[in-house]
Design a protein around this ligand. Structure first.
Ligand SMILES: NC(=O)c1ccc[n+]([C@@H]2O[C@H](COP(=O)([O-])OP(=O)(O)OC[C@H]3O[C@@H](n4cnc5c(N)ncnc54)[C@H](OP(=O)(O)O)[C@@H]3O)[C@@H](O)[C@H]2O)c1
Length: 242
């Protein structure tokens, strides 16, 4: 199995890359700023006997996408799993936002993933079980009080994922993982009050770990999920019940 994970230098992407490698995958590790961290993941995977390489690219910049795809094609002639995970969650009140803030979040979470998917489709079509997995968010459904551009972009991403699930069937499955609050750098800016308020709302009374999200992604990437497409799997400790 060959997998590309965007945003694999830390957090959920890092845990996903390590988990997929543990499950037997060769993994392409995408990063933006944290090259050293990405290379440390690369070394860990290689030590475990799996092939791996790193590639850099800014998902805010659509012109970076063809080059990223070329780097993947230069290494591999097929791709089994594409995990759209990379991205940020800037917080500001709606009144402070600009149109560019919205366009930037849309590029990161929806347009660049669409572009990267289009570029890599020929490789995914070489796979006998192509998988595309989007890392969405509970906020795609519930909105965000200080993150309207992010929530809007995650909702757009969901529309993209479901459209691809229809259009790329039956050869490629497309699914979504929707985490709640996961213990990564994204939440590090929380004040102690925000943290305790967050925990109070979660029935399981704790943040999720990146590994717990990675486990669900690994399920969707596995043969166990052969008949699952267009699905959104919540990983949120009960914070939102469907
Ligand atoms: N943590 C949560 O509570 C939570 C909840 C719901 C959804 N999510 C989603 O889960 C995904 C991963 O987040 P995380 O919590 O693991 O965050 P994280 O630890 O901050 O990791 C984010 C990853 O995305 C990369 N990245 C950020 N902005 C990028 C950009 N403009 N272009 C390319 N790569 C970029 C980062 O690369 P560098 O570090 O190399 O710059 C990093 O590898 C995101 O899509 C996020 O929206 C997270």
């Amino acid at each position: 199995m060959r997998a590309l994970v965007t945003g694999a230098s830390q957090g959920i992407g890092r845990a996903t890359a390590l988990r997929l490698a543990r499950d037997g995958a060769e993994v392409a590790l995408h990063f933006l700023q944290h090259g050293e961290a990405a290379r440390a993941v690369h070394e860990e995977i290689q030590k475990a006997g799996r092939d791996s390489f790193v590639l850099r690219g800014d998902l805010r910049d659509l012109s970076a996408i063809p080059r990223m795809a070329k780097e993947v094609r230069d290494h591999w002639d097929s791709l089994d799993v594409l995990v759209h995970n990379g991205g940020s969650y800037p917080r500001q009140s709606f009144e402070q936002t600009t149109d560019e803030d919205f366009l930037e979040m849309l590029r990161v979470h929806a347009v660049s993933p669409a572009s990267l998917t289009r570029e890599l489709l020929p490789l995914l079509r070489q796979s006998s079980s192509g998988r595309i997995i989007f890392v969405s968010s509970i906020l795609a459904f519930d909105g965000s009080r200080r993150g309207a551009p992010y929530a809007a972009a995650k909702a757009a991403q969901l529309g993209l994922a479901r459209s691809l699930a229809r259009e790329l069937a039956p050869t490629i499955t497309v699914n979504v993982v929707a985490p709640g609050a996961v213990d990564t750098a994204v939440l590090a800016g929380d004040t102690p009050e925000q943290k305790s308020e967050r925990l109070r709302q979660i029935p399981l009374r704790r943040l999720g770990s990146p590994q717990e999200v990675a486990a669900v992604i690994a399920f969707l990437a596995s043969a166990e999920a052969n008949y699952v497409t267009g699905a959104t799997l919540p990983v949120n400790g009960g914070l939102r019940m469907e």
